[in-house]
Design a protein around this ligand. Structure first.
Ligand code: PGD
Length: 781
């Protein structure tokens, strides 16, 4: 069996050379690493003004017990063959040789494709995987499935932005340009007088950017703006959704009522005649209908500040005053991804667009509306002029797809109809699920239901470097390398640094690059040449680099050859002007730069969306109270958002993530009022529960969380106590046992994991050990 990993190792002699410093990049930043005994000393890139503490998670993970060291097959699958079956946590595995694993998997893929066709393979394989243009796991798996098997059922959109990725193209024509290349942090530092932020711009989120960034500029820019006198209003249940050292006016709204507040502000501007009629006339359509709705002409409900106050708990005068302040100076409205990761999540995104249109500053430096600013590290930056290529995907011969968060629905209901973005679609009948670079038992909602869904396919395949919960319920688990164990090119359109990601360690155990695994599988299927095009990893990296180098030379910029670049370790790429991006161009020339909407303008009312006739997402933004409200039994609102100590579930066993756990458990934050009512003190173990499941946490009692809310960060590895229990209990603190598996609306069907309901009590029972990071039991065949 040929292996590019082995070849690369020999070629480069990469090893744990003491004293040598290697450059590398992760989704949480560019860094240099140097071996110090068994640990890595990590130094952030010198140009990073606010590096991520998550870099510390890389220090001690390479040889952790959680690593997948050999190909492994679930014993029940080996014994009984492929077929629907309940896959349990605690099932036994058999370790096999690579040759055996490739043969068994290759034959099974052949069986499925020849019996059912490639449309029986779900290769959506959602997940963040690792930074790097070449080893990007999704690109690898999609290329393999296309080239070697003729295609697969894919997923569309993301768990991050499921609602807005469908809505925004309908109402402003694009998602990417709005979120990534719009108002920049430099502009905010220089121009903005008032920031009204719905959901905040949490630094824990902007520490992360897919592909990685070398400069985390967000906290610095916010501080500069504040020092210049900018005022930050934040609507959020959590204080640290904006930096704690930033002077912030914190508005503790009832969770899920942002849209009501925004409509209340719109109403204020309308009745006080403060709205920008010229902007609305020239750049927008549908304002008249929206105005009628605000005034209650359509249904008798006047959406004024008093109405908004009744829903949100924010005083009406505060809502009015903030609305007035928006037109007094340069103002920016921001909206976090988080708000649309909830039922009816399309509405706040659209309502804020309507509000910003009424203010009339869209397209001005530091003004207008920036959805998702600060939700990830690659927003709010000028675009890089050069496009560094990634692995070509080939052609997918299967047209079918699902909105990504509908995976359990799909597996449980083959053939069932569902609405999506104006279509009535039907779920495909999936026999094989193939995953590389994601962890659905971290990212999906209602994990008990997901486990039932995972009982349906005949075969589940996972490439992983660690024994995640998803790996533990798979049938075939193939050990993938960690990013530190291979070389790659680090680049993102939002950061000027092109990084030579050097290999820092040889692969642990028998781990192999996804590329090598797919190359050998393709070989088994007679498609090696088509998959590899005869190239080693190095050849692909050189190809990508040479393409970028050619673009630089065309721009008249000198760039070293690949070998010199690799030796230097990085290359600074030129940026496009910081000119306000799409909205800037549109404002300057609305005819020459029409938006890609039916009207060419901002659609405050969308005839297209209205024509779909959806009751949960009509033709213009409106407020829908969440259809799962706290009850007497489950009186607390759960906010389950991204963790500050790791990227999603990645490297949860790493030094930094572990250092902030208490008694090995994830930390739940609760307001002192709610803690006192339950006799809970700081550091106590607590049980959070609802009708879907339960999980244990260590309590942190803090004013940073508003009363009535508990904060449960995502990413603690799922560790179910009793696989047979009616509802699962996670010993470690994965909030997705509590969350609801339902789409945002018929329009987008996005993930709604951000908000749910629960009760919480002190847990005085015996504390079971956390087994989340233990590998499964291995037995002989
Ligand atoms: P990660 O933990 O990043 O989570 O969900 P996602 O599945 O992306 O999973 C990536 C996996 O890839 C890890 O298990 C890692 O070990 C593996 N991996 C890394 N590198 C490689 C590689 O090179 N090869 C292979 N084969 N594997 C690799 C994230 C998702 O969770 C997202 S994006 C969001 S925004 C959602 N957020 C929420 C939320 O706010 N609230 C709830 N309740 N739930 C959410 N889930 C979503």
């Amino acid at each position: 069996m040929r292996s590019n990993t082995d070849a690369a190792l020999r070629e480069n002699g990469a090893s744990r050379e003491e004293g040598r410093e290697f450059t590398h990049s992760a989704h949480w930043g560019v860094f240099h690493a140097r071996w110090n005994g068994d640990k890595l000393d990590i130094r952030p890139h010198r140009s990073d003004p606010a590096p991520s503490p998550m870099l510390r998670n890389l220090r001690d993970v390479l040889t952790h017990k959680a690593r997948v060291r050999k190909p492994a097959i679930r014993k029940a699958w080996l014994d009984n063959g492929p077929g629907p079956q309940r896959r349990r946590f605690g099932d036994e595995f058999v370790e096999v040789s690579w040759d055996e694993a490739i043969r068994l998997l290759g034959d099974d893929l052949n069986r499925v494709v020849s019996t059912y066709g490639p449309q029986a393979i779900y290769g959506g394989s959602y997940g963040w995987a690792s930074a790097g243009r070449f080893h990007h796991a999704q690109s690898q798996i999609h290329r393999f499935l296309n080239v070697a098997l003729g295609g697969y059922v894919k997923s569309v959109n993301s768990y991050s932005a499921g609602a807005s990725q469908v809505l925004l193209p309908r109402v402003i024509g694009t998602f990417e340009e709005m979120t990534r290349y719009n108002v920049t942090w430099d502009m905010i530092a220089e121009h903005t007088d008032v920031v009204v932020s719905f959901g905040g711009m949490a630094v824990r989120n902007s520490m992360v950017a897919s592909g990685g960034v070398s400069r985390h500029v967000e906290p610095v820019a916010m501080r500069q703006a504040a020092a210049r006198g900018a005022v930050f209003h934040m609507f959020s249940p959590l204080r640290d959704d904006l930096p704690e050292d930033l002077p912030v006016v914190w508005h503790r709204l009832k969770v899920g009522t942002d849209t009501a507040i925004i409509l209340g502000m719109c109403h204020t501007l309308l009745v006080e005649d403060l709205h920008d009629k010229a902007f609305l006339g020239r750049y927008c359509v549908g304002f008249d209908k929206f105005a009628d709705q605000l005034l209650g002409k359509t249904d008798g409900i006047v959406r004024d500040a008093d109405w908004a106050a009744r829903h949100s708990g924010i005083p009406a005068e505060t809502i009015r005053e903030i609305a007035r302040s928006l037109v007094r100076g340069r103002s920016l409205i921001t909206m976090a991804h988080a708000l649309q990761r909830a039922r009816f999540g399309e509405q706040p995104v659209w309502a804020a667009l309507a509000l910003a249109s009424m203010v009339g500053q869209i397209g001005l430096p530091g003004g207008g509306y920036n959805y998702a600013l600060g939700s990830l590290g690659h927003t709010g930056r000028p675009k890089v002029k050069v496009d560094v290529p990634s692995l070509p995907q080939g052609t997918n011969g299967v047209q079918d797809f699902i909105p990504v968060a509908r995976i359990a629905d799909m597996l449980l209901n083959p053939g069932a109809p569902y609405h999506y973005n104006g279509e009535l679609r039907h779920y495909p009948d999936i026999k094989t699920v193939y995953w590389a670079g994601g962890n659905p038992f971290h990212h999906h909602q209602d994990l008990k239901r997901l486990q039932e869904a995972f009982a349906r396919p005949e075969t589940i395949v996972v490439h992983e470097h660690s024994w995640t919960a998803t790996a533990k319920v798979a049938d075939i688990v193939l050990p993938a390398t960690m990013t530190l164990e291979r070389e790659d090119l680090g680049a993102s359109r939002a950061d000027p640094l092109l990084v030579a990601m050097h290999q820092i360690s040889q692969p642990v155990g028998q781990a192999r690059d996804d590329y090598d695994i797919f190359s050998d599988l393709a070989d088994h299927l007679g498609k090696r040449e088509a998959f590899t095009e005869g190239r080693s990893t190095r050849d692909w990296l050189r190809l990508f680099y040479d393409d970028a180098r050619r673009q630089l030379i065309d721009l008249g910029i000198e760039a070293p050859d690949f070998e010199t670049f690799w030796e230097i370790g990085e290359l600074e790429l030129p940026l496009l002007p910081d000119d306000g991006g799409m909205f800037g161009r549109f404002r300057r020339d609305p005819e020459g730069h029409r938006l890609a909407t039916p009207s060419g303008k901002i659609e405050i009312f969308s005839e297209t969306i209205a024509s779909f006739g959806y009751d949960d997402c009509p033709g213009m933004p409106d407020f829908f109270p969440c259809d799962e409200q706290p009850t007497a039994e489950y009186p607390l609102t759960v906010i389950a958002n991204a963790s500050a100590t790791r990227l999603h579930s990645q490297l949860d066993y790493g030094e930094y993530s572990q250092s902030l756990k208490v008694k090995g458990r994830e930390v739940m934050r609760i307001n002192p009022v709610d803690a006192a009512a339950r006799n809970i003190s700081d550091g106590d173990i607590v049980r959070c529960f609802n009708h879907r499941g339960a999980c244990l946490y260590a309590a942190r009692v803090t004013e940073e969380v508003m009363p009535g809310v508990i904060h449960l960060p995502t990413g603690a590895w799922y560790d179910p106590l009793d696989d047979n229990a009616e509802t699962p209990t996670c010993m470690h603190g994965n909030p997705n046992v509590l969350t609801r598996d339902i789409g945002t609306s018929k329009l987008a069907q996005g993930c709604t994991g951000q908000v749910s309901i629960a009760q919480c009590e002190r847990y005085d029972g015996q504390l079971p050990p956390v087994a989340a990071f233990d590998p499964p039991r291995f037995v002989n065949a």
